[in-house]
Write a protein that binds this ligand. Structure first.
Ligand SMILES: [Zn+2]
Length: 458
């Protein structure tokens, strides 16, 4: 839908929903701008991440789930046709955001949403000094999630995902990426992806699916990563591709998991089957995952806590979005946060995500991730907001619909109980999100003891 069509439409009939008087409205729709009919849209890179197009006393008009006008409150009201003879705005629903700040709905670009079983005991073990191998020996780690997920029915997996999507929505996430990779056999991998699809069809939050058969080597392969990868590429991947239930493929490229060469092989096979590549890269050791992402033109490279400066430069050159996951570093009680400042200075488009999973990052809160991005990685509040919305949407192929507040985009936005963008990272330990609008419908409402209003797809 073009801007002129939308502006014309708003003049004919009142909007369905009007949001007015936002103390600050972070549109995240700044440069790169459209030029003379040529759409040069994309993530914001480097220093451009600090210009998130803030409008004071901001307003949004919505019709049929789509944003039809954005500006200051006087501007938007002057363009809004009155609904009756009194001249008052005719919109059926008005949200007064006075004293609060409005952002695009958060986009959580990296999660392991669908699984069964819990692993909180491991966190307690870690407090007592247990290391990864101790936890594994005690029956914990990824293999415990593997066992629980393999024995869970589709119904159970969908129910678990729906419950988590409720929590995410209450915390302002309106679009989420979800990976398979807790099955590591054909049936369970397919069941995880089917659960994500069914949850997406049933819930207001949009779920974008990634096939991650190359997440770990399952016990039946007894450490034979070559043999397992061969199974993934010759049997599991074709089965996933045939069902058309994943958009992206991903691989855990790490010392002791899958090598750079194996990861190259896995992602190339994914591309041949129509899946766009993503990669868990350089999380612990700088083995060259970032450079591989650049070589393959991956849509994103994720983690990157140990990425080399050459790896970072290659991401900037290739236009690969760097998805940083500080909540994982925090949960593992590590100091090794990714070099967000170095990446932004090198001109990389940085995004943020929770990495939500039961073992190493049990948070579903993007505002908490924004807090960590600022307090631990020294990102500015504006950079962190851009990273959690617009750039995250580009990291999962949704940049043309989500992540910004601009005419023609899905009306996905949130009202936070903070007086300015700069205040958002300092809502430590509380949920600042008061209202959530998904495709033009208010699905979370703060007033009158409201809370979650809608659990159905819109
Ligand atoms: Zn992950």
């Amino acid at each position: 839908m073009t801007m002129s069509v939308c502006t014309e439409t708003v003049r004919e009939r009142p909007s369905d929903l009007l949001l007015i008087h936002a103390a600050e409205l972070a549109t995240c729709s700044s440069a790169p701008r459209r030029h003379a009919g040529h759409d040069s849209d994309g993530p914001l890179c480097g220093a451009a991440m600090r210009d998130i197009g803030i409008i004071r006393d901001g307003a949004i008009a919505v019709r049929s789930g789509v944003i039809v006008d954005v500006g200051t409150t006087p501007e938007v009201l002057s363009r809004e046709p009155s609904g009756d003879a009194s001249g008052a705005p005719g919109a059926t629903q008005v949200i007064d955001a006075s004293g609060r700040t409005v952002f695009p709905g958060f986009v959580d670009a990296h999660t392991h949403l669908v699984y069964a079983g819990e692993r909180y005991r491991e966190h307690v073990m870690r407090l007592g000094g247990a290391k990864y191998l101790d936890i594994l020996a005690a029956g914990g780690g990824i293999l415990s999630t593997l066992t629980s997920t393999r024995s869970a029915s589709l119904t159970e997996l969908v129910a678990g995902a729906m419950k988590r999507l409720d929590t995410m929505l209450l915390h302002g996430t309106t679009t989420v990426e979800a990976k398979s990779g807790y099955g590591l056999d054909i049936d369970t991998e397919l069941r995880q992806l089917q659960a994500a699809k069914l949850a997406s069809e049933a819930h207001p939050v949009d779920v974008v699916s990634t096939f991650m058969g190359a997440h770990a080597v399952p016990p039946e392969f007894k450490g034979d990563s070559e043999g397992y990868l061969d199974f993934v590429l010759s049997e599991a991947l074709p089965a996933v591709a045939e069902q058309g239930i994943a958009e992206f493929c991903d691989v855990f490229c790490e010392e002791g998991v899958f090598s750079v060469e194996q990861s190259r092989q896995a992602l190339r096979a994914g591309i041949e089957h129509g899946l766009r590549p993503k990669i868990h890269a350089d999380e612990i050791f700088p083995i060259g995952g970032a450079s591989l992402a650049a070589e393959l033109g991956a849509v994103s490279a994720d983690h990157l806590a140990a990425a080399s400066s050459e790896g970072i430069r290659s991401l900037a050159r290739a236009g690969v979005v760097a998805v940083l996951l500080p909540a994982t570093v925090f949960t593992l009680m590590s100091e090794a946060y990714a070099d967000a400042r170095g990446m932004i200075d090198a001109g990389v488009a940085v995004a943020l995500a929770t990495d939500f999973n039961p073992g190493t990052s049990p948070t579903m809160s993007m505002s908490f991730v924004i807090t960590l991005a600022c307090l631990q990685m020294r990102m500015t509040p504006a950079e962190a907001v851009c990273a959690a919305t617009r750039n995250a949407a580009w990291a999962i192929g949704r940049g043309d619909r989500a992540g910004t507040i601009q005419v023609g985009r899905d009306a996905d936005f949130i009202v936070c109980d903070v007086p300015a963008v700069d205040a958002l990272p300092f809502s430590v330990g509380v949920n600042p999100v008061r209202d959530v609008v998904k495709r033009g419908v208010r699905v979370v409402k703060s007033a009158g003891g409201g809370g979650l209003l809608c659990r159905s797809r819109i």
